[in-house]
Design a protein around this ligand. Sequence first.
Ligand code: DGJ
Length: 739
Amino acid sequence: MSIEINEKEQLFALHTPETSYVVGIADGLYAGHVYYGKRLRHASGAYLMRTGQHPFIPSALKREKGTFMSVFPFAYPTQGVGDYRTPALQVRNSRGMRGCELHYTGYRIDAGKPALEGLPATFAKEGEASTLTLFLADEVIGLEAELRFTCFEDLDAITRSVVLKNTSGEPLYLEKVLSFSMETDNAEHFELLSLSGTWARERNIIRSRLDRGIYSVGSVRGESSQQENPFTALVSPDCCEDRGIALGVHFVYSGNFIAEAEITENDMVRLNMGIHPGGFSWKLEPGASFTAPEVVSVYSCEGLGKMSRTFHDLYREHLIRSPWLKRERPILINNWEATYFNFNTEKLISIAREAKKCGIEMLVMDDGWFGRRDSDASSLGDWFVNEEKLPGGLKVLADRVNEIGLKFGIWMEPEMVSPDSELYRAHPDWAIRQPGRDPVQFREQYVLDITRREVRDYVYEQVSSILKSANIAYVKWDMNRYLADMGSLGLDADRQGEQMHRYTLAVYELQERMLAEFPDLLLENCSSGGARFDPGMLYYSPQIWCSDDMDVAERLFIQEGTALCYPLSCIGAHVGASPNHTTGRVAPFITRGHAALSGTFGYELDVTKLSEEEKALIPGQCADYHRFHHLAADGDYYRVASYRENREYDAWMSVSKDKREALVTFIQVLNRPNFRSYRIFLKGLDPEAVYRLEESGSDGGSLKLSGDRIPGDVLMYGGLLIPRLPGDLKSRLIYLVKE
Ligand code: DGJ
């Protein structure tokens, strides 16, 4: 059991192998944040809450209670009673008054980790984690709060979530319910790192200096979004891959979120994370509870690299439930950029035949197979096969694809409806809208109000009957617009603020039902590229489409940012066409393959139109995937060089847990006139071992490494020399194995 209690000082310490998270009770009433950092030997440090100094605790100096409230480092800060910093909890009572003061009433410790009903969350058995619950209450308004903290036995991760219960006889209105809050000294020691972007440029790493005021990132778009990811990290200014402090927080949720860092008057930093309060309110009836989703935090004093590896291990071992997690995913070919909407059975069969010859294992039919969908202007919601394109329907196509020797998968966008669809004409009231207002369209589509049971059940029946109609091994579940015009016919006026959160819960319920009925289905979530790439989705799908941008140079930014907190095994990555459809950039086939190998791997191009030389490279790439996949999927990931930083080249590697094997990917993005070869410093190897190096899948370049034997310490401390190749976007794949 890694939770230690110091009864005398009223302290609770959650210990992980190398970190400790300590909360304490001040004045017998107030739950405060004491410490988060390197592992402490004992639950100690109550003085860090400064309750022995000015400002005095309320029981000692009632006339200055406001001063105490405005500086105490609350573990779960509330609003309205003297704390002017940005709160985690805002409550309005039925008289319309806002004010909440939570007092400690007790604690409980559980082995393992309780589930969060209806929500994705990390899981752990007894022996793998322990959970501390602090019970707090405001007797004036009748609200109970359970603050749950879980620490993992073998990973430096802590999770937090909150359950609120109305114990009064009147409704309460929750206006802001975050899941994580902590406050620490020396704000000047930190910068803030976020993953920001837009369509086709998702999750680029942004690092910002913090100064007085509130810095926040978030989404109010009804999904976790392309613009910001529900991740942020406080990092020390010296923090780099291998050194410095990185404290990352990640929200296991797929809807609106906020992460806020406030630098206070006393140069402390309060870090909050949870559901975005913009437009949110939740009516809590007497006796009812509200569960806030989970935040995962990871503290590393060995830089960003260690933080990333902890997130990767945590998600692989304790979040992704799919049976596909540990299986090699079939190498797929997706027809989206090959055909867009212009395809029929024969075209797909010709792609499947050619793909099979090259070693590809699954054909995924993307958008355009249903209703009258020849463009994105119609038919969402009409989930019946377009027999003009696919005579005989899905079963005929799936059977033919299976006969060729490929698995078959499809695309769906179940949450949406086109204004031009039979479904919309029959049920215009099913679209999210406000009476009297023409709802805004994105991509000529509306959002179905799946918060309504009858709509949700209808959607589920459509999905289920499609999946039952043919041998479908894989589904790409897409979502191509943001939510707007919030309004639900299924909710009373004082519950309209619940719709965004209820929407996210409805998506979870739909996917949970689907996976219960089709447990072996390989699900890939997607949202207009990577707009719903978040840990919440990982609970349902072992992989998520990363971005519509398959351009190698852009992908380096996107995949570097994504791998900051997501394991490579979940990053949907394909070899796209050249020139690239998004940027128009030309890149060698080999380089496109090397970039995609550090993800789920597949192709998104018309294989029937490739040159013979390019086609001839595919079997080798497929073989590389099978040969090296275990390294990317189960190994430790190290960033070796960043094109974002050096504007010339990029390199990363995956090392097996036993350090016996490693795979280095090197991409020379922009060649520069320089006779010196690149020197990259490998990481994570056994310094005492000798490694045999072998180059794989290159264009027969000049590296001449195969067979070289180099000690691990030389590779890590002295470096590996990589000669320059003529031209841009050239790449190397180097396999290392212990002698
Ligand atoms: C957005 C996805 O990201 C694409 O891969 C493709 O599936 C389109 N939607 C289809 O409409």
